[in-house]
Design a protein around this ligand. Structure first.
Ligand SMILES: [Zn+2]
Length: 238
């Protein structure tokens, strides 16, 4: 194989690696974002459960106060009963007392429902606190690692790109332009292989005459369908 083809092949290897690493530079920040989102969701859930529990306790306290107010009234009315003169007044006051007693009994039932809810909310709170610390820990454990990894991959890309550019200096500009256009337009694949007499880039069959030329490795042979440069796969590679 002539030197230009060997160089193009080497450049393609670098571009393959750059492609993989660029994918990583997208995936790693997504991983980091997803850890941050998990923590934010856990914090929101914790805030919500805390709020619900506070409301529940506030409600219980309010109802207890109401019961106390009613009880005070009941006691006051019961005292008044002792000094009442007419039957009519007696009946009215008695009915007010029994109304308040019924009311208190209802409020008591409501408090019991709230207390049952409180038990559930406290369980939810414990679970939300656990999830919050878990996601916080997970982010703390991985944030630096992921940030470093992202930086590392970016540096690797720069370094591999430099290697590729150095290789590019060794081939004629028209060939380089052709390579660059293929990389840009053909899914980052400019140099492909003869795979059982078909283009490994698009699967198009290679004419026998072109197969011979590829085997000779002197001319730069392009796929007649996709335009990619076809070479034979070097023997020492899989
Ligand atoms: Zn092709």
């Amino acid at each position: 194989m002539i030197n230009e083809l060997k160089i193009l092949l080497e450049m393609q290897k670098r571009d393959d690696t750059i492609g993989e690493k660029e994918l990583l530079t997208k995936m790693l920040p997504e991983q980091l974002n997803s850890l941050r989102t998990n923590l934010r969701n856990a914090e929101e859930e914790l805030t919500l459960v805390k709020h619900n529990l506070e409301e529940n306790l506030k409600n219980q306290k309010m109802k207890e106060l109401l019961i106390k107010e009613n009880t005070d009234k009941i006691n006051k009315y019961k005292n008044q009963l002792l000094s009442i003169k007419t039957n009519k007044e007696y009946k009215a006051l008695n009915s007010e007392i029994s109304h308040l007693e019924n009311r208190n009994s209802d409020i008591d039932d409501e408090i019991i429902v709230l207390m049952e809810e409180e038990v559930i909310l406290r369980d939810e709170l414990a679970a939300a606190q656990k999830e919050q610390s878990r996601t916080e820990q997970e982010l703390r454990n991985n944030e630096e690692k992921l940030k470093n990894k992202i930086e590392q991959v970016k540096e690797e890309i720069v370094s591999i790109r430099n290697e590729r550019n150095k290789l590019a200096e060794k081939i004629p500009i028209n060939l380089l332009n052709r390579y660059a256009a293929l990389i840009k337009n053909k899914g980052r694949k400019a140099v492909v292989f003869n795979l059982n007499n078909a283009c490994s880039g698009c699967g198009f069959n290679i004419r026998p005459q072109l197969v011979i030329e590829i085997n000779e490795g002197v001319n730069i042979v392009s796929c007649e369908n996709c335009g990619r440069i076809i070479v034979n796969k070097p023997q020492d590679e899989n």
